[in-house]
Design a protein. Structure first.
Length: 188
């Protein structure tokens, strides 16, 4: 099964799957065979599901694959080679990363919002919320906007990882926020 939206970059469609594999499928043939790939090379019984969707980093030409095993994997977009050792969080990742200027922003079931440099997979900062962060963050106006299962929407400075503001709601923030350039829309 596939839980999240596929990603199209160039001639390939990237899909994260419940069986733990990320697939790079040729748009023309619909197969992995002609220039596509499947990673990791392990056996399905060894892999945790990939619930979040894939993300693309154009600066480093990487495909990001967050996993139920609490790791963020990075693969070369064209070859599927692993770029760096997976970045490890304290729990499952259901949050599709937002990518901006070579940095990936995503949440985890460990209640944190992370900023990771994508050239080397190193943590830039993290910010702890009061609950699971499952939705895709929004990078907007120098802030990372992410909702949490603690019923709060957070605005975190992209530079420092510090809290700019929060908005309290009546229920969980499950899906990611969007913007029209002036207003932030965040379903909860």
């Amino acid at each position: 099964g596939v839980y999240n939206t596929p990603l199209v970059v160039g001639d390939l469609i990237y899909i994260t799957a419940e069986n733990g594999f990320i697939y790079a499928i040729d748009k023309e043939t619909g197969t992995v065979g002609n220039g596509g790939w499947r990673m990791p090379q392990g056996q399905p019984q060894e892999l945790e599901p990939l619930i979040a969707g894939p993300a693309y980093d154009p600066i480093n030409d990487l495909i990001l694959a967050p996993s139920e095993d609490g790791r963020l994997y990075a693969y070369a977009a064209k070859s599927g080679e692993q770029s760096w050792n997976p970045f490890r969080t304290g729990a499952a990742i259901w949050s599709t990363p937002a990518v901006s200027d070579g940095i990936g922003y995503f949440g985890s079931h460990d209640h944190n919002i992370y900023a990771v440099t994508l050239n080397d997979g190193k943590e830039l900062w993290h910010y702890e919320t009061g609950g699971v962060v499952a939705g895709k963050p929004l990078v907007f106006d120098g802030k990372v906007i992410a909702g949490s299962f603690d019923k709060s929407l957070y605005a975190i400075s992209v530079e420092e990882g510090s809290l700019e503001w929060t908005f309290e709601a009546d229920n969980w923030f499950w899906a990611g926020a969007v913007t029209d350039g002036s207003t932030i829309f965040a379903p909860n």
